[in-house]
Design a protein around this ligand. Structure first.
Ligand SMILES: Nc1nc2c(ncn2[C@@H]2O[C@H](COP(=O)(O)OP(=O)(O)OP(=O)(O)O)[C@@H](O)[C@H]2O)c(=O)[nH]1
Ligand SMILES: [Mg+2]
Length: 1127
């Protein structure tokens, strides 16, 4: 290890020969197996074990389940001729549940090996990882793995295999092509926008292909002749790029290597007579060069060694290839052993892959300016609006310099826990002679001390000084040394056992980080402009006393080289490397940016593809162990990039995870490592959404429906309203308009609920980030600040608005987009509040688009009106956060405020003394414009207030506007809830999509399981050239638990689905439905709860939340008994 470590440390100083790369793929396509081969090439594991050990899957559960759950890194070296390379390799998980681990890996790399299974081809996660690599601007190379399966399982001929491989390449390139096109079009749109701004005429004819042609895509696509594709079988240890074969055959056949390189892949064939390579193999029915010169060799090797086990032929091959095979390999009962022995010498996969990586992937020095800007401009902020010093740091990134004066810039993408005992500092190592001597001396002294102590004890501690003469032990006098020693030993042991140390998984982009150095820790919300203003010039992390928000300091306690299962301690790490950092656990939760310069901006947050959706409540088996659980959950939260830990209002401790497998891993970790107590987890808490729909046209037995249903609903609402609440403040219009007055009678709102068109809901759902940005922009406009949104974001907002306009058509939605008051819940959710109050003008939510420079206009609204406006919005936010069905958030509901009256005394500052009628806002705003002089008359206790107080005694107590706006919030919330209930209500269920690969014989069983769990098949394709079907289905999250396991069991492990959260879907049945017609009674019985899935879900949620559940338990006991008897 020592020598290797030294070599790696030396190589770290040469960024030109460093490659930071990760291995990405769909689950089970062979990433970890491939990594094994690369690790074995460094002698860290034996090549015999490569592929079996899965060295980088260091966790026990990873080994048991056979899937990777955490990404882990290892540093390897590789020499190619006279060049020595350092490779920092990160293996990532492929299972969807862990896709956040992929994000953390991708961020630290410059390149990626994308692995694709030759049989399964491009799978959903393959697309996701290609996208992730694309979004982070890192360059991919391709490994088509498991080619042995084409021979052994699919039994393709070499010719068929060629066609198959071609298709896979096409598929992969189609994905990258789509990513590329979308980017080019986007950039072009941006350019056009800029142009348009310059020349406001705007009437241009667009040339759609423009831009695409100019853009350079030569590096983009995977093609064997580009040298960015390796064909491999990681398990059998072989792999090659066509360069290798070009090299071999150029020597053997005397054809120029360059010619072979261009023709080995493609429709070329060898004309033996003419000694020429010709085009058009397929048309002429000839074997392609690739088949003839490459695949045939491999096919015949498999045939000889594995299929026919022909000893003579094998010997011939072995001698012709010039490889050496050990006797025990050739005699081994498993022919695969012999095969790997031959292949790993003939075409070692590590050689092919490492060579490709070093040649095709960029070094840290090649970092593109575009990527740097992307990393540095957080959210919607524009790079060119960052402070000058900050922009200057771009150079540091690009230079990747390890000079002493270069600023240190580090990004921590995740924190991972290791057992403190496993740290190199605490590892046992052989003792040197000196140390042994030292220990002996210590022991002797201790012994002497003990003797002395015993003596003193016997002399009833008269001579304390003597027992103090053993300072090495550091023990208080008076206790028997031996006892004390065993005590302290035990203590520290226990402490150690308890302890998990957090190491930051990081990369250094600039400068040299040294052990003990102090750095700034920049939180995601840190603003360099503000930091630079507040900190004194030339301030460093060493002397900082930061009062700056989101900025703290800490010292780098230790630095590590990540070596898979092990860590090696380092003194310093220069720019361009992946590293582990100890001692940050107090100041970094999950990810962070570290720098010695306060000008450094925090990096953009990681792109997480997975939505955490599976939540469980957790409690300790023994209630007294609660504190341990709390601590454990805190640690878990830190150790996992995507798990969320929260305490609900109910006091439950809730864990939110990306899926079932992820959940299981989190629970295991919590139980065994972080809390070390027995825990019990609730059943998964399934999220629902509440919505309203248009009144259905047919009833439950598909009969045309008359008016009576609608009436029934309204009747129901009225009934409910009259229960408990005084109905004189509530008025329900037969059309569903709810008018509610605050208890103090000062304010009245009229609200109507409407379902949003599905596409609109979907649009809002997919644009939450954008809406949040929009909301923030509006907020800062309201505060009178200027906008610093990038052009691209503004463009996107305008696009969103235009799309909304095109989707909200028809009379009902006339002008609706302009009149949007707010989004909710949390101000960016998929519900809309509409301002349909006649004559009430308020600043549009789109104001950042057209009033960019006129921020002051917003000031036109009087403060009082603004407060009421805010109250209405707050009420709407509350109402959408938890609906009346089972207190779940609303989705796809539009609340339109149609009237809004505030009694005059609610507005102490802005009314006329003689005003007695309700004042509608329009009048108020008008008056405000007229001039504020009139308002001076109004004070509390003035005549107007008195007259009103006579009419309404409560009003007198309502001082100022506070209580009114408070009551208005509550009234608005209630009005929304009632308006919601006045419409046909539905639950929405979260849906997964899943793609299942299954062979024809198990297909039926897959459908069976899907059907039982209310799944729906969307699409079924046969993968070309195989008998594997790929089924795409949707499945409610509520029914998904145990689904993957069940499928696996029913198909004996042949089909393994990947569940990915997809969308929300309305459950068609009405939870409040009761049979009304004769047929319905006949069909469903009186209780009618047999078929009502929505009711079951709703009641389950209500029960969990401790809400009232209306249930008819047993009404006709007699009847039921006879029923069961008759069965
Ligand atoms: N036939 C064949 N099987 C392979 C090959 N490479 C890997 N496998 C098998 O495929 C399975 C999955 O391999 P892994 O390396 O764990 O796959 P992975 O991509 O790391 O999987 P995750 O990390 O869980 O996403 C194992 O059973 C391997 O033995 C190959 O070249 N040929
Ligand atoms: Mg793996």
């Amino acid at each position: 290890m020592g020598l290797r470590l030294e070599k790696i440390i030396a190589l770290q100083r040469n960024p030109a020969n460093t490659r930071n790369l990760c291995i990405l793929a769909h689950v089970d396509h062979g990433k970890t197996t491939l990594a094994d081969c690369l690790v074995a090439s460094n002698g860290i594991i034996s090549s015999r074990l490569a592929g079996k050990l899965r060295y980088l899957d260091s966790r026990e559960d990873e080994q048991i389940r056979g899937i990777t759950m955490k990404s882990s890194a290892i540093s390897l070296h590789y020499s190619n001729g006279d060049q020595e390379y350092l490779l920092n390799l990160i293996d990532s998980p492929g299972h969807v549940d862990f896709s956040s681990e992929v994000s953390t890996a991708v961020r630290l790399c410059d390149g990626a090996i994308v692995v694709v299974d030759a049989v399964e081809g491009v799978c959903p996660q393959t697309q996701v990882v290609l996208r992730q690599a694309w979004l982070e601007n890192i360059r991919p190379v391709l490994v088509i793995n498991k080619i042995d399966r084409l021979i052994m399982e699919l039994k393709l001929t070499s010719q068929e295999a060629y066609g198959h491989l071609q298709k896979i390449l096409e598929q992969v390139n189609a994905v990258t092509g789509a990513l590329f096109t979308s980017k080019v079009l986007e950039e072009r749109a941006e350019k056009d926008e800029e142009k348009e701004n310059e020349t406001p005429s705007g009437d241009q004819v667009y040339d759609w292909s423009a831009g695409l042609e100019e853009a350079d895509d030569s590096q983009l696509y995977f093609s064997p002749d580009q040298g960015n594709v390796v064909f491999a079988s990681a398990i059998d240890g072989w792999g090659f790029s066509i360069q290798q074969f070009a090299h071999i055959y150029s020597q053997r056949m005397g054809i120029k290597a360059e010619v072979l390189l261009k023709t080995l892949w493609g429709d070329f064939y060898l004309n033996a007579k003419a000694k020429k390579i010709m085009k058009g193999a397929q048309a002429k029915g000839k074997k392609q060069l690739f088949v003839q010169l490459v695949l045939d060799n491999i096919w015949s090797l498999y045939d000889a060694v594995v299929i026919r086990r022909d000893k003579e032929k094998v010997e011939k091959v072995v001698t012709s290839l010039g490889v050496k095979v050990m006797a025990r390999d050739s005699r081994h009962s498993d022919p695969k052993v012999l095969l790997s022995a031959i292949c790993s010498q003939w075409l070692p996969v590590s050689q092919a892959v490492l060579l490709m990586v070093c040649e095709k992937l960029p070094s840290p020095l090649d970092m593109m300016a575009e990527r740097v800007e992307k990393l540095m401009s957080v959210g919607a902020r524009r790079f060119d609006l960052l402070p000058e010093q900050t922009q200057g740091l771009k150079r540091a990134f690009l230079q990747c310099s390890s000079e002493e004066n270069a600023p240190v810039i580090i990004f921590v993408s995740k924190m991972f826990a290791v057992d403190t005992k496993a740290l190199p500092q605490n590892r046992q190592r052989p003792l040197t002679q000196e140390e042994i001597a030292q220990r002996r001396e210590l022991a002797r002294q201790r012994h002497a001390g003990r003797m002395a102590a015993d003596q003193t004890a016997a002399e009833s501690h008269t001579d304390l000084a003597q027992s103090r003469s053993t300072p090495q032990d550091g023990q208080p006098a008076g206790l028997s040394g031996a006892k004390m020693e065993s005590l302290t030993l035990k203590d520290s042991k226990e402490e150690e056992e308890q302890k998990e140390t957090f190491i930051a998984f990081a990369r250094i982009y600039s400068g040299v980080v040294k052990k003990g150095q102090r750095v700034f820790v920049l939180g995601p919300k840190y603003d360099p402009a503000r930091g630079l203003n507040m900190l004194p010039e030339g301030c460093s992390a060493a002397d900082c006393a930061p009062e700056v928000p989101h900025l703290s300091c800490c010292s780098v306690e230790s630095l590590y080289l990540l070596m898979g299962r092990e860590l090696e301690e380092l003194e310093e790490v220069p720019a361009g490397n992946v590293l582990g950092i100890g001692g940050l656990e107090e100041c970094v939760l999950k990810s962070a940016t570290l720098s010695t310069s306060p000008a450094c901006p925090p990096f953009t947050p990681l792109n997480f593809e997975a939505t955490p959706i599976v939540r469980v409540a957790i409690e300790p088996k023994h209630p007294s162990e609660m504190p341990k659980l709390v601590r454990g959950m805190r640690l878990l939260n830190q150790a996992d990039p995507c798990a969320e830990v929260l305490i609900q209002e109910t006091g439950e401790h809730v864990l939110v995870t990306a899926g079932e497998v992820h959940l299981q891993r989190c629970l295991d970790d919590l139980q065994d490592r972080f809390a070390k107590i027995d825990i019990s987890a609730s059943k998964p808490i399934i999220p629902f959404r509440e919505t309203v729909v248009r009144p259905p046209k047919v009833d439950m037995v598909n009969e045309e429906m008359g008016k009576q249903q609608k009436v029934a609903i309204i009747h129901q609402v009225k009934e409910e309203a009259s229960q408990g609440r005084s109905s004189d403040t509530l008025h329900v219009d037969p059309s569903g308009l709810i008018t509610l007055t605050t208890p103090n009678r000062l304010a009245t709102v009229s609200v109507r609920a409407m379902p949003l068109p599905q596409e609109v809901t979907r649009l809002l759902e997919s644009n939450t980030e954008l809406i949040r940005t929009l909301e923030q922009a509006n907020m800062s406009l309201r505060e009178g600040k200027s906008l610093d949104i990038s052009l691209r974001t503004l463009e996107a907002i305008a696009g969103l608005k235009a799309e909304l306009e095109s989707l909200l058509q028809g009379r009902k939605w006339r002008n609706a987009v302009e009149r949007i008051w707010a989004f909710g819940p949390r101000r960016y959710g998929p519900n809309i509040l509409l301002n349909n109050v006649e004559g009430y003008q308020r600043p549009s939510v789109w104001q950042c688009l057209d009033r960019r420079d006129k921020a002051d206009e917003t000031g036109a609204q009087s403060t009082a009106i603004r407060d009421f406006d805010n109250s209405v919005v707050s009420g709407f936010q509350l109402a959408t956060l938890s609906g009346p069905m089972c207190e779940e958030p609303l989705m796809g509901v539009c609340f339109s405020v149609e009237r809004w009256d505030i009694q005059s005394s609610g507005l102490p500052q802005h009314q006329d003394s003689l005003e007695e009628d309700p004042v509608s806002p329009e009048v108020l705003t008008d008056r405000k414009v007229e001039g504020s002089s009139k308002t001076s008359l109004q004070e509390e206790g003035m005549p107007a207030g008195l007259t009103q107080a006579r009419h309404r005694p409560e009003a007198a107590s309502a001082d100022c506007y506070g209580p009114v706006s408070g009551q208005l919030i509550a009234a608005m919330k209630e009005a929304c809830r009632h308006a919601f209930q006045a419409q046909p209500q539905r639950l929405m269920a979260a849906m997964y999509t899943c793609e299942i690969m299954a062979t024809a014989e198990v297909l039926g069983r897959v459908y069976g399981v899907l059907g039982k769990r209310e799944g729906r098949v969307l699409q079924e394709d046969m993968k070309e050239g195989t008998d594997v079907f790929s089924i795409k289905a949707v499945l409610p999250v509520a029914e998904s638990f145990g689904f993957a396991d069940e499928i696996r069991k029913r198909t004996s492990g042949l089909a393994s689905p990947q569940l990915i959260f997809s969308h929300w879907e309305v459950i068609s049945s009405d939870p409040y439905w009761v049979p009304t017609t004769e047929e319905e009674y006949l069909h469903f019985g009186e209780k009618a709860d047999s078929a009502n899935q929505a009711l079951k879900y709703m009641n389950a949620v209500r029960r969990r939340k401790g809400l009232y559940v209306e249930e008819k338990i047993v009404e006709h006991a007699e009847k039921q008994r006879t029923l069961s008897k008759n069965k």
